[in-house]
Design a protein around this ligand. Structure first.
Ligand code: ATP
Length: 569
């Protein structure tokens, strides 16, 4: 049985390691060392997550609860904890300092006594599970008590990592990339197989256990599973229709509907719907589930589509209206009447027990057309196979006239590649490029806006380390109403505050327009955005969708090729 102390010691070593190769080998050692039962827990913990990506379970601990638990365990006041946060700039270091300084006579805290009871990894996981499950009245107290228990049973090495895990931000520089490589090296499985298995299952813990038990064959055997979402296939931007034809040749052209992505799992009469973030949104969309039951003629299927809300003219309504539907948990029926949705299904990944993702798109399309009947609020829309520029331009113009976003230009021979943003799906739309960036900080406003958060710090994602790297700030384009709404949302995500500056848990994604990307030494990413402005708050996207550093580099390169902008900021 591995103790949490051993895990914390390994984290400390990893945290101090500069190179990612060396880090990978240390993570691999850790994965090999733990017991089979502990392996999935460690695999998630080391990336700073407690539950697998596909699960809708989360720890659900904000700064308020964490500070209260630390205050109670240390005998300090919440104000003292807040001061420590300002001083250290990190919740882990705050926990270590707070508990080391605990006031005399604080009988509850045993961590610095010689015989502190050793927490096992399992126990820590179970406590987090209990914290995650507590809801409703009294849940706050119960969460604080569970955290207190963890702090009280931890030594000085562990408390920092407990605190960081509670907010699911371990900060040791290990992301999906390193864990993927570590699983491959620890259990001798090709990296591509680990990657693919992860995209299909969304569960690195499961992939690690499978690799350990059954090696490459078992990992490659991991497939789609009904009622567990798979990562969505994504599209790249085609600068022009001509460039897309040059890339794909004869292409499958479809409208790019302006709505929200929905992945549909039909298991007999049970229909589960997942959002772009892979959250289960079935309870918000009973009308779509009913259409699937009625018009999808298959015992079991996994389908991909876009839910759209149309106005009286048949044009798509504002994106925020669709989000209202997706988020709705109560009074679903009245909202469904107010904002009726229809679903356009454009792909099929699984049918009656068979995995279809490796079949070419044209074959999948045939199967899709065979099993879905077009009916009220459900359709498999037109797809045209062509390489003719004029024909594609006409479809593009029609799509825009109907109020949709543009067109998709797909490679008819391509498999369905979960989680990939590749050249097999190209999108052509008229608007300028935007970036999806995560908000990691904010500042309190000035003058009449002192009670609102104002300027928001944006970051891109470094998939190797799992870290979010700053790329700039957005401060323009907000109405007072919007700032009030955003302040309310972000208030629950405050990790710490110092003067007017606030550090936020990375969760909310802003779609940001900008003039150009510049190289910059001001931000850790090495890039900065010129004239960034908010286009939309993308509640439908998750942290996996945040632009990667690689994509920023690529966009910067393309921009240089097109001759935009000076070299440095
Ligand atoms: P955007 O911000 O342009 O919606 P995105 O990052 O959400 O882009 P992309 O991979 O760039 O996603 O574009 C594909 C998206 O377009 C899908 O996620 C889906 O929601 C939407 N879409 C609409 N119609 C189609 C279609 N016919 N085929 C595939 N995707 C479609």
């Amino acid at each position: 049985m591995t103790s949490f102390r051993e895990f914390a010691q390994a984290c400390k070593v990893i945290e101090a390691t500069p190179g990612s190769l060396e880090m990978t080998s240390q993570v691999a050692e850790l994965l090999k060392k733990v017991s089979p039962e502990e392996l999935p827990i460690v695999t998630h913990f080391v990336m700073g997550e407690v539950f697998p990506a596909w699960s809708s379970q989360e720890v659900g601990v904000g700064a308020g609860i964490l500070y209260a638990a630390l205050a109670r365990s240390s005998g300090l006041s919440v104000g003292d904890i807040e001061n420590l946060v300002k001083e250290t700039g990190d919740i882990g270091r705050t926990a270590v300092k707070a508990l080391a300084r605990k006031s005399k006579g604080q009988a509850t805290f045993s961590s610095f006594l010689e015989e502190a009871p050793e927490l096992s990894l399992h126990e820590v996981f179970e406590r987090f599970q209990a914290i995650s499950r507590s809801s409703g009245k009294g849940s706050q107290t119960s969460k604080i008590k569970n955290l207190q228990y963890l702090f009280n049973c931890s030594g000085s090495e562990e408390v920092g990592y407990i605190a960081r895990l509670a907010v699911e931000d371990l900060r040791i520089g290990v992301g999906e990339g390193i864990v993927r490589d570590a699983i491959a090296s620890a259990f001798n499985v090709p990296v591509v197989s680990v990657e693919r298995a992860f995209m299909l299952t969304n569960d690195m813990g499961l992939v690690a256990s499978t690799a350990r038990e059954g090696g490459t064959e078992a990992v490659e055997g991991l497939g789609l599973q009904l009622n567990r979402p798979i990562r969505m296939m994504l599209a790249q931007i085609a600068p022009t229709i001509e460039s897309a034809i040059a890339e794909v040749g004869e292409a499958a052209i479809e409208w790019k509907f302006d709505g929200a992505r929905v992945q549909i799992h039909k298991d007999g009469d049970r229909v589960t719907l997942y959002s772009r973030k892979l959250e289960d949104i079935s309870s918000s969309l009973p009308d779509i589930a009913a259409s699937i039951r009625k018009y999808v003629h298959a015992d079991s299927a996994i389908l991909d589509g876009e839910a759209v809300a149309l106005d009286e003219r048949g044009h798509p309504r504002a994106f925020q209206d669709i989000l209202r539907r997706l988020r709705r948990k109560y009074e679903v029926d009245s909202t469904a009447k107010e904002i009726p949705l229809s679903i356009n299904i454009f792909d099929i990944m699984y049918l009656n027990g068979e995995d279809l993702i490796d079949l070419p798109l044209i074959r999948r399309r045939e199967m899709l057309e065979n099993c879905v009947e077009n009916g009220d609020s459900i359709s498999v829309d037109r797809q045209v196979l062509t390489s003719n520029y004029e024909e594609i331009s006409v479809i593009y113009t029609e799509a825009l006239k109907a109020g949709h976003e543009g067109i998709m230009i797909k490679n008819p021979q391509s498999p369905y590649s979960p989680g990939k943003r590749g050249k097999n799906w190209l999108k052509k739309k008229p608007v300028m490029e935007t970036l999806d960036l995560v908000v990691i900080g904010a500042e309190w406003g000035y003058g009449k806006r002192t009670s609102f958060m104002g300027s928001f710090a944006l970051a891109c994602h470094d998939p190797r380390t799992g870290r979010f790297l700053p790329v700039g700030k957005v401060a323009t384009g907000f109405s007072d109403e919007q700032l009030a709404e955003l302040t309310a949302i972000f208030s629950d995500l405050i990790v710490m505050e110092s003067g007017i500056r606030i550090e936020l848990k990375p969760q909310v994604i802003f779609e940001v327009a900008f003039e150009e990307i510049q190289k910059s030494t001001n931000y850790e990413s090495g890039y900065a955005l010129r004239f960034p402005r908010l286009v939309n708050v993308r509640d439908d996207k998750s942290l996996e969708d945040v632009e990667t550093l690689g994509r920023l580099e690529e966009m910067y390169r393309l921009q240089r090729e097109r001759g935009i902008g000076p070299d440095t900021a």
